[in-house]
Ligand binder design. Structure first.
Ligand SMILES: Nc1ncnc2c1ncn2[C@@H]1O[C@H](COP(=O)(O)OP(=O)(O)OP(=O)(O)O)[C@@H](O)[C@H]1O
Ligand SMILES: [Mg+2]
Length: 277
């Protein structure tokens, strides 16, 4: 099923920040992603969703050059980056907040930011403005931070590279509800107030769809939905079909923390629903 797949085709080539076409990718000989295609306009944001193991992280890793691209095209800022090294892609403006956070336990908060520092609008001061908790913790080591502080640092570190497009892989995963609210609010400010373009992989469906203009849902490595986030948010049946929220057809729902479909009908600022603690 591919719903609303023509939605992004009205963008002119000048507006397109990221264009992915006929992308097949995986690890070694195994193919995880098959015939993926989507476009993202400059300054806009995309929610990347799907059940556990469908290939969301693999898609981000492929964009970053950390997985094996077998065929297809990845155009970023009108350049084909398919053959570029991961380092070159970061240099060209892709930022990454990995699902595993990947902190250095023996480096301080300030050192994490310093090693990522690249000239641009995001400076230490501006990053500390977005995450006041990191300013308080700037002399603490990575290994001394709480889960929420580590996640803030992972986002802050990626911002220090001054990305045109920030890829966030489940930034709220495994956080206590109160911390989910705090980090979620920082991400909201980043997108709505600072205008940062993002691709957000997130299990909190309502939060992700409210924050983004477009959504891409994967199913077993293929595109199952490509279209408006708002349309998907308002279609509980479609959400249930795509992600299996209501039917319980997602066997790993508990581990993933996917909320019940009824979450989509609750109050907009309730980001704590359906998460792990
Ligand atoms: N480094 C790897 N080498 C080989 N296979 C991998 C590797 N990483 C992931 N896979 C496989 O690729 C498939 C997609 O995994 P991926 O991590 O992209 O899914 P996901 O949608 O991000 O899942 P989750 O919601 O659990 O984070 C899975 O079958 C997984 O086992
Ligand atoms: Mg993943």
């Amino acid at each position: 099923m591919c719903v609303g797949s023509t939605w992004a085709t009205t963008m002119t080539s000048k507006q397109v920040l990221l264009h992915v076409e006929s992308l097949c990718a995986g690890y070694g000989d195994s193919v995880i992603l098959d015939d993926i295609g989507f476009s993202l306009a400059a300054g806009s944001s995309l929610a990347l969703m799907g059940r556990n193991g469908v290939g969301k992280s693999t898609l981000l890793r492929t964009l970053l050059g950390h997985a094996r691209q077998r065929s297809g095209v990845i155009q970023f800022n009108a350049r084909d980056i398919s053959a570029a090294t991961p380092y070159a892609r970061i240099w060209q403006g892709l930022g990454w907040v990995p699902q595993e956070r990947l902190m250095f336990p023996s480096l301080t908060v300030a050192e994490h930011l310093a090693i990522a520092d690249r000239k641009g609008a995001w400076t230490c001061e501006r990053v500390y403005g977005l995450f006041p908790r990191l300013r308080e913790r700037q002399r603490n080591l990575g290994g001394q931070l709480s889960g929420g502080e580590q996640q803030m640092l992972a986002i802050a570190r990626a911002l220090m590279t001054n990305p045109t497009l920030l890829l966030l892989d489940e930034p709220l995963e495994g956080l206590a509800p109160i911390v989910v609210k705090e980090v979620g609010e920082c991400i909201r400010r980043l997108v709505e107030d600072e205008g940062q373009a993002i691709i957000l992989v997130e299990q909190r469906v309502k939060f992700a769809l409210r924050l983004t203009e477009a959504a891409l849902v994967l199913d077993r490595g293929r595109v199952a939905y490509s279209g408006s986030s708002n349309d998907l948010l308002n279609d509980v049946q479609l959400l249930d079909d795509l992600i299996g929220l209501r039917s319980g057809s997602n066997p790993q729902r508990k581990r993933s923390g996917y909320a019940d479909a009824s979450e989509t009908r609750r109050e907009p600022d309730d980001m704590t629903t359906g998460g792990q603690s």
